[in-house]
Design a protein around this ligand. Structure first.
Ligand code: ADP
Ligand code: MG
Length: 687
């Protein structure tokens, strides 16, 4: 059956129901998909190595005659086929497991190519399950698909191996010429990229590694060009919306800065300025304010909120938890106390009558700043006119929620939007994933903040650690203890907050006040514990990761983390940022039961670095970007983003070229590019 690019994969010769299932598992549904299924790596079997020159551990190709071949049963009953191969220079051994049919297809005296890596095992040096191919009488190296060349190795699934894929893909080689290139010539020129069809061919069958590099570059740049087209088009769309122009009022600005108990850092000043400039335009601001825990983001967002209020419009501040909402409420009252602005808090814990009153004031425009959780964006809550939305510590604020913003005012005005995050997102990643956002970064900490001394404590030193803690409590300090789980589980050895609080309060710290907070407590209970802790009524607060973000308790100076290996580095860094906020020398103690090398290397990074950005990059390598960004794991996006981190210069270049292309061209006139870009639109809209 002749197939074309759009044929179903089931139309391909040799693809029956069982192969079909396996191919679908790899995401291959059409012939085109198969051609775009690129190798995971390439083995260099391009040179034939004389047998006497083979070194253990080197990937080589060998050409020789089968001297002997036979299949035995191992002690466990698995068939083991062994062959001795010989050429003019020597002999070597090859072993295959559980493939008894090999003995029938390969015969003594036949000449074969063999490709693999010589390994040492209990039977001596041998090739273990090498790839092989018979040397046909008339055959030349060019006809070979599996050996004697640079060989593609694909990600395999059970029973669908590289050998099968190679054969099928090679059979479709001609179709590759029919694939139209979606990249415009000018873009290919600007980025120095080869044709799509040439790149695809080379990805599967590179003549040499230089060519392969060019093909990989083409595919990698291609992905990013399309991603940026998607992202930048979104941005253009956003900029068509109308917003309220909030001019900078110099007098109020000055008054605000002078009213502060501290001097703003340079990066606070710069970020505030960027935000104030954004909100003075006719289209909505769309900005991310990034800054490590404790870098002082709150004061930065208070300034635009003040300007908006003074202009007569409203601001909503959204926090991920009610505890944080309450804290913001306190901070805002303090920061803006002298400006005669009505600031309200709206959380679940309030009485119905109280809530009603708050919402009424909001609707009538009495309230200028309202602080709460995302519940405030529900459709039945009405604003007078919302001018600014600030979302704290919530990078999962998705595109649907932004759509809500467009409709939130009945007069068609879209509020300005500011999100704030302590998750340090490396710039390269930020412009990729959050490509339609402008970014401000707080790069420095307020002065007078001391480094938190971090220690990894060996299990046998636990008692010493507790003794030190007790001395600190005696001096009036307070302690956080973080556990990975809320309550006891089957997971042996993983500490739960409930058990740990009990253990500490009945044992070594029975003379101290131990508190417990976790996500399963009712809001009022949580609030009460946090308040007691803040008021100094609790010495040791045992908690799960609920306190991860934002909580400000300057008197707490010890952060003890149980099961540290179970948290991401960026997350551990955030825990650590809970202490060191006051005048007291602060400490972070890490406990782990794991002694794996990876755990040790990761935790060691935390001991050595206080830079959230650096730690996030390490996390990225280990856990993938999805986890850091809180976006759904997706192989394609994860891999692409990881590549991006490794190539920051190219990423910026590609973005520039995409911007240039979009400014001179209408993308909707290029149908195939448009389709390609649409594939990336959803990815781009993850944020
Ligand atoms: P985060 O960026 O983690 O949200 P906050 O806004 O909560 O940080 O600020 C942390 C603490 O630092 C607050 O107590 C705040 O008053 C204080 N702070 C903010 N800016 C400065 C500054 N420039 N100098 C001194 N202290 C500051
Ligand atoms: Mg904060």
């Amino acid at each position: 059956m002749t197939v074309n690019l759009n044929s179903k994969i089931s139309d391909l010769d040799g693809v029956g129901p069982s192969y079909l299932k396996k191919l679908e598992k790899l995401g291959i549904n059409t012939i085109r998909d198969l051609l775009f299924y690129f190798p995971r790596r390439w083995d260099d079997f391009s040179k034939i190595t004389p047998i006497s020159n083979i070194k253990v551990g080197e990937a080589v190709s060998v050409k020789g005659v089968i001297w002997e071949i036979n299949t035995k049963k191992s002690r466990k009953g698995t068939p083991v086929t062994e062959a001795i191969i010989t050429d003019d220079t020597g002999t070597c051994k090859a072993v295959w497991f559980n493939q008894p049919w090999l003995e029938k297809s390969l015969e003594k005296g036949e000449e074969i190519f063999l490709a693999g890596t010589l390994e040492f095992s209990f039977t001596g040096a041998s090739f273990v399950s090498p790839v092989f191919e018979k040397v046909h009488e008339e055959g030349t190296i060019e006809d070979l698909r599996h050996v004697g060349k640079i060989i593609p190795v694909y990600s395999e699934t059970d029973g669908l191996n590289s050998k099968w894929l190679r054969q099928k893909i090679a059979g479709l080689a001609k179709l590759v010429y029919g694939i139209k290139d979606h990249l415009p010539e000018s873009v290919k020129d600007d980025l120095d990229l080869i044709e799509l069809s040439a790149a695809i061919r080379t990805m599967h069958y590179p003549e040499n590694f230089d060519e392969l590099k060019k093909a990989q570059k083409r595919m990698f740049y291609d992905n990013f060009f399309c991603l940026f087209c998607a992202v930048l088009s979104n941005k253009k769309e956003t900029e068509k919306n109308k917003s309220i122009v909030i001019d900078y009022d110099e007098k109020i600005g000055k008054e605000f800065v002078e009213s502060l108990e501290f001097t703003l850092t340079d990066s606070q000043r710069k970020s505030a300025w960027q935000i104030l400039k954004d909100i003075s335009r006719t289209y909505p601001m769309n900005r991310l304010l990034e800054g490590d825990v404790g870098s002082g983001k709150t004061v930065v967002c208070a300034m635009p909120a003040l300007m908006v209020a003074k202009k007569g419009y409203q601001t909503v501040i959204l926090a991920p938890t009610e505890i944080l909402a309450r804290q913001h409420f306190e901070s805002f009252k303090k920061l803006l106390g002298k400006f005669e602005i009505k600031i309200d808090l709206f959380i679940g814990a309030q009485k119905e009558s109280e809530k009603k009153e708050i919402l009424k004031n909001l609707k009538e425009g009495e309230t200028q700043i309202i602080i709460g959780t995302h519940a405030l964006l529900s459709p039945d809550i009405k604003f007078w006119t919302l001018g600014l939305v600030v979302v704290d510590e919530q990078h999962r604020f998705g595109v649907e929620q932004r759509e809500v913003l467009k409709k939130i005012n009945e007069n068609g005005i879209t509020p300005h939007f500011l999100s704030m995050s302590a998750t340090p997102i490396p710039r390269t990643l930020a412009i990729t994933v959050f490509g339609d956002l402008e970014i401000s970064t707080l790069t420095e900490m307020p002065q007078g903040r001391e480094k938190v001394s971090t220690f990894l404590i060996a299990p046998e030193k636990r008692r010493d650690g507790y003794k030190f803690i007790d001395e600190q409590i005696e001096k009036g300090r307070q302690v956080f203890v973080i556990c990975p789980l809320v309550s006891a589980s089957d997971k042996l050895g993983v500490k739960s907050a409930e058990e740990e609080a009990k253990r500490l309060s009945e044992g070594i710290f029975k003379h101290r006040k131990v508190g417990l907070v976790h996500g399963r407590l009712k809001t009022e209970e949580k609030e009460k514990v946090m308040k007691d802790y803040k008021d100094g009524k609790i010495d040791i607060l045992v908690s799960t990761s609920v306190i991860e973000v934002g909580i400000d308790i300057p008197n707490a100076n010890i952060m003890l983390i149980e099961g540290a290996e179970r948290f991401g580095l960026a997350q551990l860094h955030q825990f650590r940022g809970r202490v060191g906020r006051g005048e007291h020398k602060s400490y972070c103690f890490l406990f782990t039961d794991s002694d794996s090398e990876i755990t040790m290397a990761r935790l060691d990074a935390l001991l050595k670095s206080e830079n959230g950005f650096e730690l996030a990059e390490r996390d990225l390598e280990i856990r993938g970007p999805g986890e850091l960004l809180g976006i759904k794991q997706s192989g394609k996006i994860d891999d692409t983003l990881l590549e991006a981190i490794k190539n920051p210069d190219s990423i910026h270049k590609i973005r520039d070229v995409a911007e240039k292309y979009l400014s001179g061209n209408n993308i909707s006139e290029n149908q195939i590019l448009l389709e390609k870009v649409a594939e990336f639109s959803t990815a781009a809209k993850l944020e």
